[in-house]
Design a protein around this ligand. Structure first.
Ligand code: FES
Ligand code: FE2
Length: 405
């Protein structure tokens, strides 16, 4: 951050970016490439372990398109299956969550074992000629857990979740993720491409222009430092503005204090720099988290179609109350102020999709401070397979020397 404040230009030798091709946000062709290669190869957040604490507890997960279900097995493993009966394709479970010791399709009662997905019973089995039940298991997909967050991946050959996350689990161990609980979830459908929504959380260049309060910005983007992590993941630490750090009793932006949240349960292990800056991580492809000592949201971006995205944000915190009975006043206030920030970002997004589709938009120039966006696009191309992308729609692979290893 000291370096970023002091520099007058980008570091010597930093590459010049070409414009990001607009077709990546607007064309059917790029949308189809993402659907065919990117999402089926990506680790995405499906839910939390504590949502299915007992044998047979399940929830469904449809955010990627193909219906899926996650279930707590008799052996206490959590597994993910496609929620598609292998008879005539009915969903095997219809409730968004519940408990079931046997996965029985409601159409003709084909039944599957919750641990193995094996097809264990078929009514009137004598009427099927040559049915081999062993070949009709409920198809499974990868399901791995980091600190109670359950991720799924449809690619049997993908790297493990922990390999994908690189240094993030170590760096975020101080958040005590396993002990946190869900405070509240929010969701909104926005009329723009999913990458436009995600990019709004990968830089703070826009912060003082969109998120000022009474003419004052809480952050000083001139000191923002970007950590480019393997596999398209990233970190961003931004110092508070003088207005914001003075309000906390700090003499300077780097006078890190053990700012303890009032009215909230503190995650005591969170370090002082995180407490006195804005710190955020990006987990490729569609999860951003601005972390904090009293709790924080995971923001996820789910593509619905080329120009429609569902944004969800779920707050996690150490809880000394049951959120199902209602939120405490400080949490209500916190949610309202966070939702207001989200609204400021949303305000910008749908109009952008229209203007970016205009013939006036020739390309997207990205600056040094916005380099997490370039890093994100580079990894999109690597997962799709660079050779699968028309040359005019690619981004150049430039930032590998800047990735932290
Ligand atoms: S579709 Fe599931 S049993 Fe027939
Ligand atoms: Fe924003």
């Amino acid at each position: 951050m000291h370096y970023e404040f002091a520099r007058t230009v980008p570091p010597a030798g930093f590459p010049k970016f070409h414009d990001i091709p607009v077709e990546r946000f607007t064309s059917d062709e790029f949308w189809d490439l993402e659907q065919k290669y990117l999402w089926p190869r990506s680790w995405v957040l499906a839910g939390r372990v504590e949502d299915i604490p007992n044998v047979g507890d399940f929830f469904t997960f449809d955010s990627l398109g193909p219906p899926m279900l996650l279930i707590h097995g008799r052996d206490h493993e959590i597994r993910a299956f496609y929620n598609t009966c292998q008879h005539r394709g009915a969903p095997v479970v219809r409730d968004p969550s519940g408990t079931s010791k046997l996965l029985r399709c409601q159409y003709h009662s084909w039944s599957y074992d919750i641990d193995s997905g094996q097809l264990v019973s078929v009514p009137d089995e004598r009427d099927f000629v040559g049915l081999d039940k062993s070949q009709r298991c409920l198809p499974t997909l990868r399901c791995e857990i980091w600190d109670n967050w359950i991720f799924v991946n449809q690619d049997p050959h993908a790297v493990t979740l922990l390999q994908h996350l690189g240094p993030i689990p170590d760096e975020l161990a101080e958040l005590q993720g396993s002990s946190l609980r869900t405070v509240a979830k929010r969701s909104k459908v926005i009329a723009c491409n999913w990458k436009i929504t995600a990019e709004a959380f990968l830089e703070v260049y826009h912060f003082r222009h969109i998120h000022s309060r009474g003419g004052q910005s809480l952050l000083d983007s001139r000191g923002a430092t970007m950590g480019l992590l393997p596999n398209g993941c990233s970190r961003m630490i931004t110092p508070f503005s003088s207005h914001a750090y003075q309000a906390l009793g700090m003499k300077n932006w780097d006078d890190y204090l053990h700012v303890a949240p009032k009215d909230f349960t503190d995650i005591e292990s969170v370090n002082d720099m995180v407490r006195s800056t804005s710190s955020a991580y990006g987990i490729f492809p569609n999860l951003i988290t601005p972390i904090a000592a009293y709790g924080f949201p995971f923001i996820t971006f789910w593509p619905i179609d080329k120009k429609t995205t569902q944004i969800e944000w779920t707050h996690y915190a150490p809880l000394d109350f049951d959120p199902k009975q209602g939120l405490t006043a400080p949490w209500q206030e916190r949610m309202t102020s966070f939702d207001a920030i989200m609204q400021e970002d949303f305000w910008n997004m749908a109009p952008m999709q229209n203007s970016i589709q205009s013939p006036a938009m020739r390309g997207v120039p990205i600056n040094y401070q916005e380099r997490r966006i370039w890093h994100f696009h580079e990894h999109i191309d690597r997962l799709i397979g660079i050779d699968n992308i028309p040359t005019t729609m690619r981004v150049a692979q430039l930032l590998d020397p800047y990735v932290e290893r």
